[in-house]
Design a protein around this ligand. Sequence first.
Ligand code: C2E
Ligand code: MG
Ligand code: MG
Ligand code: MG
Length: 282
Amino acid sequence: QAKADGRGSYACYAREMDQLAHDNMQLHTHLKEAIAQNRLQLHYQPQVNVVTGKIVGAEALLRWFDPLLGSIPPARFIPVAEATGLILPLSAWVLETACQQIAAWTQAGTPLCVAVNFSAQQFRQADLSVKISQILARTGAQAQWLDIEVTESMAMEQPEQARAQLEALVAMGCRVALDDFGTGYSSLAYLKMLPIHKLKIDKSFMDGIPSDASDAAISRAIIALAKSLGMELIAEGVETDAQLAFLRQYGCQTYQGWLFAKAMAASDLSAMLRAESGSMPH
Ligand code: C2E
Ligand code: MG
Ligand code: MG
Ligand code: MG
């Protein structure tokens, strides 16, 4: 009986693995096609000053709607892109598109800081900073408006390489944000060693605020840490007024979350920026 159960669940597991491999292959095929046909979109989620309520930046987030498969979240297709090598052409497209948008917002008189998510494989490209300076030159974007988002695991995997890459980008004028802070394995010694300008407090800590005492304590500790290291703070995943009040109370400068807005098309954010700056739409 036990043996039969064991075999049964193994067969079931094997079938699930086959299914998963098949799904990923199908996803890979569709993603490759979507990239080739330029069917992916880059949306922008505002980053807002907690005191003034003004938009101070935006994070660029990939969106993919496939006519056959429907809407596929980045958490599903980024890992497939990373496993199949598609991440490099995809990331190049993201950077180019974000820089075009930076240039467009600068020209429109509503310049905005845009944060782009980086993948570990991009950091293994020896000519990364050359590629980025070419994109900046081609699009007319100024480096001061481009934020590079990296995660702790990316930074800690190969700290020396990460440091060299980041320093080259910082020398060009970009700034660096550490994403999902508090969820990875970061060594505080490396944190000091790397050129990091901003810490992003992960959404998982925001989720428990204000009711969960340990989430609140961790968030306060991250805010204190960033302040003593002279870094800016961005809280991710802010959904409620109570969370915003907490951030104000403890001196976190910036937040990003559905309370203000979800990621949106560039044209929608342009309209918000124009409304804020008080100029007439054109
Ligand atoms: P991330 O960089 O940590 O991005 C923040 C995620 O939190 C986004 O999910 C955003 O839509 C979501 N979010 C923001 N505010 C709220 C909120 O108030 N409530 C909730 N429930 N969610 C909120 P998204 O767009 O699904 O992206 C997921 C992850 O995919 C990103 O996490 C990032 O790691 C990755 N990703 C997205 N775009 C790119 C890209 O262009 N390149 C790379 N390498 N990764 C990307
Ligand atoms: Mg991010
Ligand atoms: Mg994040
Ligand atoms: Mg995240």
